[in-house]
Design a protein around this ligand. Structure first.
Ligand code: NAD
Length: 380
C-alpha cells in the first residue's frame, strides 16, 4: 500500500461497474494517492462487498454519498478528495455535498444534467477554494499536448476547418433490453437530455477546444434517435462556426457498426494539417502545405516540453487509456499537493480539465439539443 498522505473516497464503482476500475488504478498509478473510503453503490450490500474486496475499513464504507461527505469531513484522517463515477444524474448532488464539506472533487463527464447545475458547482468550488477536475480523458495523451503546442505555436497557421468524429457501434442493437448495465445512457432520467452528444460528443467538444483553443460562436445540430422506442439521440451531425470564422463539422454516433471507440480530429490550417485518432493514440499525423506527411511518435526527443512532460515510456512503447487517465490524475495531484502545502494555485496553471470545461461541455450539449429541436442555428 502506498505511503502517500493523499487519500480519496470513491462514489460509484460497485462490483460490475465499468470505468471506476480505470479511475482507481489511474489515481494510484504513481503511488501518490490511496483509496480510503467508499460509497460504491445505492445498494449498501454491494458497497460492503466491494469495500471488503478492496481492503477498506468497514467504518469507512457508507450507505450514501451524503453520509460519506458528512462523516469523512469530521475525521482527523479525512479523505482529501472524492472521485465521482456514478451515472450522470448523481454527479451534481454528490459533487455539491462533497464541496460543501470541504472535499476536493474529481468527477466524470458529462458534468451534470443541466447547465445551471454545472454553473452552481463552478461557483461553489471557487467560493470554497477547492479543486475540481472533470475527467475528460483526451488531454491526458502526451501527443495531444504536443498537438496543442503545434497549434499555439502557429505551425499549421490560421485554422480554417475542424473535422471531429466520435463513432461507436455498441447501441446499433437495443442492448438496453438485454440488461446491459451501462445502457443507462439511453435513459433520460440517468443520462440527461442527450445520449450520443452527452456521452461522446462532450469528449469531442473538449478535445477540439483543448487542441485548438477555438471558441464556438454558433452551431446547427441534427440529432437522430435511432433504435425503436428510444427517447435520446444515438447519432448527431453538428455544424459549427467558431468565433474567428473557422468552420467545424462534428459527427457523434453510437450506432456506427464497425466502430469501437473511434474518436478522430483533423484540424486544417492555412499552413498545415494535424490528424489524430484515439485508437492509435501514440502517433500524430502532421502535414505541412506542399510537404510530405510526417508521423510524430509520442516520447520522441523532437516533441515540445509539454508533449514530453507526462510521457512515461520511450517511443514505440505504447501508452493507452490507463496512462492518459493517470496523467489527468497526476496533474490533479500536483495541484492538490501544492494546495495542501498552503500554496495558491491559479486556475490558469491547471494542467487537467477544470470545472469550467465541465460547464462548457454542458452548454455544448444543451445547445445541440436546442438547435435540433428548433431546426436552426443557435448562438452559444
Ligand atoms: N471519461 C471517460 O472516458 C469515461 C468513460 C466511461 C464512462 N464515463 C462516465 O463515468 C460515469 C460512470 O459510467 P460507467 O459506465 O462506469 O457506469 P456504470 O453503470 O458501469 O457504473 C456506475 C456505478 O455507480 C453506482 N451508483 C449509481 N448511483 C449511485 C449513487 N447514488 N451512489 C453511489 N453509487 C452509485 C452504480 O452502482 C455503479 O457501480 C458516467 O458519468 C460516464 O459518462 C467516462
Amino acid at each position: 500500500m502506498s505511503k502517500s498522505t493523499i487519500t480519496y473516497g470513491l462514489i460509484g464503482g460497485g462490483k460490475g461497474a465499468f470505468i471506476s476500475g480505470v479511475h482507481r488504478r489511474a489515481a494510484e498509478f504513481d503511488g501518490r494517492a490511496r483509496l480510503a473510503a467508499g460509497c460504491f453503490s445505492r445498494d449498501f450490500n454491494n458497497t460492503l462487498a466491494t469495500g471488503a474486496e478492496l481492503g477498506l475499513a468497514r467504518e469507512r464504507l457508507y450507505a450514501s454519498f451524503d453520509e460519506l461527505a458528512a462523516k469523512e469531513a469530521k475525521r482527523p484522517d479525512k479523505i482529501d478528495f472524492v472521485i465521482i463515477v456514478t451515472p450522470n444524474n448523481a454527479h451534481f448532488p454528490a459533487a455539491k455535498v462533497a464541496l460543501e464539506h470541504g472535499l476536493h472533487v474529481v468527477c466524470d463527464k458529462p458534468l451534470t444534467l443541466t447547465v445551471e447545475e454545472a454553473e452552481e458547482l463552478e461557483r461553489l468550488a471557487r467560493k470554497q477554494g477547492l479543486l475540481f477536475c472533470v475527467t475528460y480523458l483526451n488531454p491526458g495523451y502526451p501527443i495531444i499536448k504536443h498537438a496543442r503546442e503545434l497549434v499555439r505555436g502557429g505551425e499549421i497557421g490560421r485554422i480554417r476547418m475542424v473535422m471531429g468524429e466520435y463513432a461507436q457501434g455498441w447501441l446499433a442493437d437495443l442492448v438496453e433490453k438485454t440488461g446491459l448495465k451501462v445502457a443507462w445512457r439511453t435513459d433520460p432520467a440517468q443520462s440527461g437530455v442527450s445520449c450520443s452528444v452527452g456521452d461522446v460528443g462532450s469528449h469531442l467538444e473538449n478535445l477540439v477546444s483543448y487542441v485548438t483553443g477555438l471558441k464556438i460562436e454558433e452551431l446547427c445540430a441534427r440529432l437522430d434517435i435511432f433504435g425503436e422506442g428510444r427517447k435520446l439521440d444515438t447519432n448527431a451531425s453538428i455544424l459549427v462556426r467558431y468565433q474567428d470564422g473557422a468552420a467545424g463539422n462534428y459527427w457523434t454516433s453510437q450506432i456506427a457498426i464497425g466502430h469501437d471507440n473511434d474518436l478522430r480530429i483533423r484540424v486544417f490550417g492555412t499552413k498545415g494539417t494535424i490528424d489524430w485518432r484515439q485508437e492509435e493514440p501514440n502517433h500524430l499525423k502532421l502535414t505541412y502545405l506542399n510537404g510530405p506527411t510526417q508521423y510524430l511518435s509520442k516520447g520522441s526527443g523532437y516533441l515540445s516540453p509539454a508533449g514530453l512532460k507526462y510521457n512515461r515510456t520511450p517511443p514505440g512503447h505504447p501508452d493507452g487509456t490507463y496512462e492518459a487517465f493517470a496523467n489527468i490524475y497526476a496533474a490533479f495531484l500536483n495541484a492538490l499537493e501544492r494546495v495542501k502545502s498552503g500554496e495558491r494555485v491559479d486556475p490558469a496553471e491547471l494542467e487537467y480539465p477544470d470545472v469550467a470545461e465541465g460547464v462548457a461541455g454542458m452548454r455544448f450539449i444543451h445547445k445541440c439539443v436546442e438547435s435540433s429541436r428548433a431546426g436552426r442555428w443557435v448562438k452559444l
